[in-house]
Write a protein that binds this ligand. Structure first.
Ligand code: KIV
Ligand code: ZN
Length: 391
């Protein structure tokens, strides 16, 4: 069976950057955009040009330097937004305008004080207008997660007729369950005329911790683009994390879905975004967290030292992390102490190990972690000398 490509649409610089505390200047955005291009993302959503002169300028400058990816600018469904986005994208090799409107009952009623038919009309007008400037127009149905499938199908069919090339089905509030979101994509595939000529895109938020699961359910049901951010940053609880969806597809080859991402650059890219935004991820964050390849319990450490795959489903090198780490704590066993001692030059005999292990435990009980200096100190106290060069 041939492998289907899933396009990665990165919105770190738009949905990610709009979060309080994550603001970047143009120079920082250019560095990140360049890195995303090298990482292999297919689309970079560079900003929301009408929102501020700074954002406009960033999209303009990013458009000049990006070599491979499509550069995308967000708009609302009105002419001014679309004109400003088109101007900001004028230097892009592959420009895309991302326009759309809220489609759920609550958006139609409370946000727009409108009716479903008028919303469809505005959507058609926005897509048709954007088509005057660029060929590639993505339509988003904001709050699609809480929009009835029938209305969603109706609006999607109309914007395809108006020329949309990509249909974004956002679970804006992170409300859907994976089954429900997957079924929504399936419903659109089966009920919208012309859907086979466009790409369906998943844009999922993480309010219930389901953003990644929902995006995967989406591609399993026929979507071929995932909108995501580095480290999962984004509005409220964030967006689908790029590194997670990419590694899920890589680690499950039987799904026959793959991306163009060079996974070996994931860790470095995550670090760049954390440092630029000052938004540090939690240590237990999947794939790129500091503990993602760290083993601390004695049973796990023993298993990993014997064979890495016992407790690791990803080779750390595949995401650009050098080694699995064995963290020495009071939960560590003899195997871990011997392993870490060997790394700093002490090839312990069984007798030496048995002698120092109780001392190690006593020390570890009073410290969070035992580091290389502590190991040297322990050896000195026990008159144990180095037998090899530290690695
Ligand atoms: O979450 C959302 O609905 C969005 C749209 C503007 C695409 O970010
Ligand atoms: Zn969003």
């Amino acid at each position: 069976m041939s492998i289907n490509n899933v396009q990665i649409f990165d919105t770190t610089l738009r949905d990610g950057e709009q979060v309080p505390g994550c603001k970047l200047n143009t120079e920082q955005k250019l560095i990140i955009a360049n890195r995303l291009d090298i990482l292999g993302v297919d689309v970079i959503e560079a900003g929301f040009p009408v929102s501020s002169p700074g954002d406009y300028n960033s999209v303009l400058e990013i458009s000049k330097i990006v070599k491979n990816a499509t550069v995308c600018g967000l708009t609302r469904a009105n002419q001014k937004d679309i004109e400003v986005a088109a101007a900001a994208l004028k230097y892009a090799k592959r420009p895309r305008i991302h326009t759309g409107i809220g489609t759920s009952d609550s958006h139609i009623l409370y946000k727009f004080n409108s009716t479903p038919d008028k919303i469809v009309e505005r959507a058609i007008q926005a897509v048709s207008y954007a088509k005057k400037f660029v060929e590639d127009v993505e339509f988003y149905a904001e709050d699609a997660g809480r929009t009835s499938n029938e209305f969603l199908a109706k609006i999607c069919e109309q914007v395809i007729k108006a020329g949309a090339t990509v249909l974004n089905i956002p679970d804006t509030t992170g409300y859907c369950l994976p089954d429900e979101y997957g079924a929504k994509i399936k419903f659109l595939k089966e009920n919208v005329k012309g859907i086979h000529n466009v790409t369906i895109s998943c844009h999922c938020h993480n309010d219930l911790g389901l953003a990644t699961a929902n995006a995967i359910a989406g591609v399993q049901n026929g979507a071929r683009q995932i909108e995501c951010t580095i480290n999962g940053i984004g509005e409220r609880a964030g967006n689908t994390a790029l590194e997670e969806v990419v590694m899920i597809l890589k680690q499950h080859p039987y799904l026959n879905l793959d991306t163009n991402i060079n996974t070996k650059l994931l860790y470095a890219t995550s670090q760049l975004v954390q440092q630029s935004m000052g938004m540090i991820v939690q240590p237990n964050k999947a794939i790129i967290g500091e503990n993602a390849f760290a083993h601390s319990s004695g049973i796990h450490q023993d298993g990993v030292i014997k064979n890495r795959e016992t407790y690791e489903i990803i080779n750390p090198a595949d995401v650009g992390v050098n080694v699995s780490s064995i963290i020495l704590t009071a939960r560590s066993g003899r195997a871990a102490l011997a392993y870490r001692s060997k790394n700093v030059g002490y090839d312990l005999t069984k007798v030496e190990l048995d002698d120092i292990y109780p001392q190690f435990l006593q020390f570890a009980d009073h410290h969070k972690e035992v580091n290389d200096n502590d190991i040297h100190h322990l050896m000195e106290l026990n008159h144990i000398h180095k037998t090899s060069i530290a690695i």
